[in-house]
Structures are given as structure tokens and as C-alpha cells.
Design a protein around this ligand. Structure first.
Ligand SMILES: NC(=O)c1ccc[n+]([C@@H]2O[C@H](COP(=O)([O-])OP(=O)(O)OC[C@H]3O[C@@H](n4cnc5c(N)ncnc54)[C@H](OP(=O)(O)O)[C@@H]3O)[C@@H](O)[C@H]2O)c1
Length: 285
């Protein structure tokens, strides 16, 4: 009989690809979502809101694995008001409790690559609070800590089509973003492997300005950057806090990434500029 896995965040950028990877490896996947329509037609679905423990009941029954890429959106838009602390920590704690009740063997959680300074932001702290809960849960745990996904940096490409891109601070802080498909492979391997903590990034270490330049290069346009002082982002994050906690926490995280390098061990081979080029080619078709 096929091994069964519950994938939380299965309609998201990463979770949807991990669900497919697990299926390709012979797992029977149950997808958790608040909206059945978003989960697609095929496969088993558990409809539930992870903030509501009652609606999670039975979600992990019969599963030996829970994979969670469940969290508030990282999109720079006004969707989803709840911040990472209130959503990610509560929802994933409820999921851990459901996994314990269902006697699941292994729980794999996606946190965020960070250094000490970036680790002080509310966004990373929320993820690491989940990690702390997981470590004392009695479950066999695995934590994956990726750098930025190419799909999230796709926002740069969309903005570059419209005009100059903001360059916060000196634009020289570095990271090595990772392709979503390659990250999904890393995650699926982590579900079956022996590593407990898997930090991962792509092959190229780029400054924040170079990431923006890659978007213009793929579009065949001259590079247009608009310098903005870091203090502006920090003030914006504080002002936004009462009105939109999620965006406030995202802006605080981005400001921190703009002054600190976050480079993780290389687990991918695809380059950001090629991802942007694929986006440019797709837009022309
Ligand atoms: N994107 C990046 O660059 C990046 C980098 C490092 C780490 N991460 C972290 O990796 C994780 C996955 O990121 P992603 O970009 O794939 O996220 P995403 O596309 O925004 O997907 C989020 C998922 O969480 C689910 N979800 C949210 N609230 C829920 C709730 N109350 N109950 C049940 N499900 C809920 C959503 O499902 P429904 O809407 O269908 O219910 C969706 O499938 C996140 O924790 C993120 O912070 C992201």
C-alpha cells in the first residue's frame, strides 16, 4: 500500500510542487487547503482552516508524513491581513497537534534561511517559533531553510516592466535565490532523507541590485534603479504595523535583507536570469 502524506500549503508556490514531487515518488498525497476549488480536481483533499483546530480534525489520519509549507503570503500586496506571528505560528502549531494525534512519524517544515540579524525580524522569528515547537513535539522533525524563491522574485520582473525598481540602501547585500522546482526536489528528498536541518539556495550569489538588473536584462531593457534609503523602509514598516501587520512584517524583513547577506549552501543549478528570460518568453507567446 502507498505511503500517505499530508501536504499543508499544497495550493501555494512551493507546496503545490512538493505535492507533485511526492506523488512522483509513490506517495499518496492528501492536500490541505481552505478552498477545495484551489486544490484542483485530482487527488485527495482535506478542506480546513489550520487556524481552526476543529476543521483540521482527521486531516493527518493514516499519514506517516506531514509536509508544511503553510504560511501567510509573502506577496507584496494587500491580500491577507494577518501577520506571520499570528498566522504561521498558530496554524502550524495546530498542525503539529493534529500530527501528534494521528501518530504521524515525520513532520517536515519550511522555515527561512537567515543570519543572526535577519533572524530578529518578525517574519523569521515566526517561522523559528514553529521550529522550536516542532523540536519538542516528540515527532521526527526536519526543517528546510531556503533563500528566496524565484517565483517570489518574479515580482521584480513584473515591476521592471512598468518602470524603475527600488534599490534599498547600497543594494550590495547578497543572497543566492533558488528555483522553485529545484527547491521542491530538495524538500521531497528531505521528506525521505536523514538530514534534520536543510539550508538551501541556488548556484549564484547576487547582490540585491544584480537581482533587479537580471529582470531588466531578461526584458532587454536598460537597467533603471531608484535609490531609496533603508530608513524609509524601516519607517514604513512601523507606520504600516497597525493597519496591515503582514505587509509591515514583510517590509521589515526586506529592509533587513537589504543590509545583510544571506547565502545558503547550493542545492540548485538554475540561474535567476534564465527564470526571468522564461517569463519574458512566455509573455510573448
Ligand atoms: N517565497 C519565498 O521566497 C520564501 C522563501 C523562504 C521561505 N518561505 C516560506 O515558505 C513557505 C511557503 O511559501 P510559498 O511562497 O509557497 O507560500 P504561498 O504560495 O503563499 O502559499 C501559502 C499556503 O499556505 C496555505 N494557508 C495559508 N493560511 C492557511 C490556513 N489558515 N489554513 C490552511 N492553509 C493555509 C495556503 O493555502 P489555501 O489558501 O489554499 O488555504 C497556501 O497553500 C512559507 O512559510 C514562506 O514564508 C518563502
Amino acid at each position: 500500500m502507498a505511503r500517505r502524506a499530508l501536504v499543508a500549503g499544497a495550493t501555494g508556490a512551493l507546496g503545490s510542487k512538493v505535492a507533485q514531487q511526492l506523488e512522483a515518488r509513490g506517495w499518496q498525497v492528501r492536500r490541505l487547503t481552505r478552498s477545495r476549488a484551489k486544490a484542483g480536481a485530482s487527488g485527495e483533499v482535506h478542506q480546513g482552516d489550520a487556524l481552526d483546530p476543529a476543521s483540521l480534525e482527521g486531516a493527518a489520519e493514516g499519514c506517516e508524513l506531514v509536509f508544511s509549507a503553510l504560511g501567510a503570503s509573502v506577496a507584496m500586496d494587500l491580500s491577507g491581513w494577518s501577520g506571520f506571528t499570528s498566522l504561521d505560528v498558530r496554524a502550524n502549531s495546530n498542525l503539529i497537534a493534529e500530527a501528534q494525534a494521528a501518530k504521524v512519524k515525520r513532520f517536515v517544515y519550511v522555515s527561512v534561511a537567515h543570519d543572526e540579524a535577519v533572524g530578529k525580524t518578525a517574519y523569521v522569528r515566526a517561522h523559528e517559533q514553529v521550529v522550536e515547537r516542532l523540536k519538542v513535539s516528540g515527532l521526527d522533525w526536519v526543517v528546510v531553510r531556503p533563500t528566496g524563491f524565484f517565483s517570489a522574485l518574479g515580482a521584480l520582473f513584473d515591476l521592471a516592466k512598468k518602470g524603475p525598481l527600488p534599490s534599498l540602501g547600497d543594494g550590495q547585500a547578497k543572497s543566492n535565490p533558488i528555483d522553485d522546482d529545484e527547491l521542491a526536489l530538495v524538500c521531497a528528498a528531505a521528506c525521505e532523507g536523514t538530514e534534520r536541518e536543510v539550508a538551501c539556495g541556488g548556484p549564484e550569489v547576487l547582490t540585491r541590485d544584480q537581482m533587479a538588473q537580471a529582470a531588466f536584462e531578461a526584458l532587454g531593457q536598460p537597467v533603471k534603479l531608484r535609490k531609496a534609503p533603508l530608513v524609509m523602509a524601516r519607517v514604513a514598516a512601523v507606520l504600516m504595523r497597525p493597519f496591515h501587520p503582514r505587509m509591515a512584517q514583510m517590509v521589515q524583513f526586506i529592509a533587513s535583507l537589504s543590509e545583510h547577506d544571506v547565502v545558503a549552501p547550493v542545492r540548485g543549478s538554475k540561474r535567476l536570469v534564465d527564470y526571468f528570460r522564461e517569463r519574458a518568453a512566455a509573455a510573448k507567446r
